[in-house]
Design a protein around this ligand. Structure first.
Ligand SMILES: [Zn+2]
Length: 114
């Protein structure tokens, strides 16, 4: 049910901005999802269709953008980006690494019609 909560918060924020901008409807929603986030696009879309009914965001198209994760090696302080699976430090091969970013989920922008 993790996706339901995040979808609700996206809807809430998008509607609030739409009202402020005097929009008649929201056409597009751009979401950024960190590579390491467990959020599943299809689930967000599923909940979105359900909960956006009757709001300014009804029928708005969701766009998902996966952003790479940034890792920090705790042994050599090297920072690197992950495009896919978790990998050891490319410089020293250490697996003592920390996630700096990459598990976030947020609303990047919305497009509206006035
Ligand atoms: Zn390293």
């Amino acid at each position: 049910m993790h996706e339901l909560a995040v979808t609700e918060s996206v809807l809430e924020i998008a509607c609030r901005h739409a009202v402020k901008a005097n929009a008649v409807r929201v056409t597009d929603i751009h979401l950024m999802i960190g590579r390491l986030s467990s959020i599943v696009d299809d689930s967000v879309q599923f909940y979105w269709d359900l909960i956006s009914k009757g709001t300014l965001c009804e029928n708005a198209k969701l766009h998902f953008k996966r952003i790479p994760a940034t890792m920090l090696c705790l042994d050599c302080q090297h920072q690197y980006q992950l495009a896919g699976e978790l990998t050891p430090c490319p410089k020293c091969n250490s697996s003592r690494v920390r996630v700096l970013s990459g598990d976030e989920f947020h609303l990047e922008s919305i497009e509206i019609e006035r």
